[in-house]
Write a protein that binds this ligand. Structure first.
Ligand code: ADP
Ligand code: MG
Length: 311
């Protein structure tokens, strides 16, 4: 079943020259984590807000769980759950108040709401702090309160707009695990992120958007094939040698190493040469990060993939 179907979806905000979403068409199958990846300003939040019936598109069609949400948004509201980007818990209320009351508002009985609130707060390691007013919680814990509110209700479809922003590594893992458990109950998640590791770990299917347009889509394995090389080696800039660079496609990482994409068939020759030249390097398969930089660029917007011998 298609959970979301968008056709020619366009959104132009008043006063903006370029549309935030430019003719987006996509469909999302059920029972998966569908991930929208893009830099800041790519249009992710705009897309999610339209799907979650919070914002009207300028043109195009969109149906969510089989309902045209422009004509009848009310039909889907009780079947979806969302975590808003840059939402904040209310200062005087505790994690328990937020999750329990939200479940009651969504129609759960008091006993079920208590059970579910305790379950999700434990899962996200918020249970001990359940009675602490939000104003006394750390930034990461406040963010987890919002995630708990989104995950607690029985919804068919969950919108998570950059759910792990500002979280420490341990909290990120707790949220990832809670997201996976949610999906394992045969439900669907639309996740947005600009963290490559998060997308790589969670996504069943990925669309990459840039400047309001879809520029690539596929499973992780399909996307990996966009970069026409199989491996990458990272060489410290101080050790860089022209002879080594000529063996692949060189990308300036912006850090203290240079990344060279290479073909698997050339790998042995390259390792030999690097060893002979006494150059230290690390080698790894192409990641989503590489695909993203290849398509979108990092600092200079796509100009940073250089051809052989050019750096
Ligand atoms: N309420 C708004 N009014 C005007 N422009 C907006 C508004 N919200 C977002 N934009 C613009 O739309 C574009 C897409 O933004 P957004 O959907 O928030 O992207 P993302 O979530 O990928 O960072 C950006 O250029 C942003 O500045
Ligand atoms: Mg956003």
């Amino acid at each position: 079943m298609k959970v979301i179907e968008a056709l020619g979806l366009t959104k132009s905000y008043k006063g903006s020259k370029l549309p935030a979403l430019n003719n987006i068409s996509l469909s999302i199958d059920s029972n998966q984590i569908f991930t929208m990846l893009g830099r800041n300003g790519a249009g992710k939040t705009t897309f999610v807000r339209i799907c979650a019936t919070q914002l009207m598109p300028s043109s195009g069609r969109i149906s969510v769980l089989g309902h045209d949400i422009i004509k009848c948004p009310d039909k889907v509201r009780n079947q979806i759950s969302a975590i808003p980007q840059e939402g904040r818990p209310l200062r005087a209320l505790t994690p328990w108040d937020h999750v329990y009351n939200w479940l009651r508002i969504r129609g759960e009985s008091s006993s079920i709401a208590k059970e579910k609130a305790a379950q999700i707060l434990k899962k996200l390691d918020l249970y001990e702090a359940r009675d602490v007013p939000a104003m006394n919680l750390s930034g990461g814990m406040k963010q987890k309160v919002l995630v708990a509110m989104a995950l607690a209700p029985d919804a068919q479809l969950l919108f998570l707009d950059e759910p792990t922003i500002g979280l420490d590594p341990v909290s990120r893992r707790q949220v990832w695990s809670a997201i996976k458990d949610w999906k394992d109950q045969d439900r669907t998640i639309l996740l947005t992120t600009h963290y490559m590791d998060e997308a790589e770990l969670l996504a069943d299917y990925i669309v990459i958007i840039d400047k309001g347009k879809i520029i690539a889509k596929g499973t992780m394995n399909e996307l990996r094939k966009i970069v026409p090389y199989e491996l990458r080696i990272d060489v410290p800039k101080v050790n860089l040698d022209k002879r080594l660079m000529s063996l692949g496609s060189v990308v300036d990482s912006g850090a203290n190493f240079v990344r060279i994409f290479i073909y698997e068939t050339d790998a042995e020759k390259i390792y030999d040469r690097a060893l002979k030249m006494n150059i230290q390097f690390t080698v790894s398969p192409i990641t989503l990060d590489d695909v993203f930089v290849y398509l979108v660029g990092n600092k200079n917007n796509g100009d940073n993939i250089k051809s052989e011998n050019e750096i």
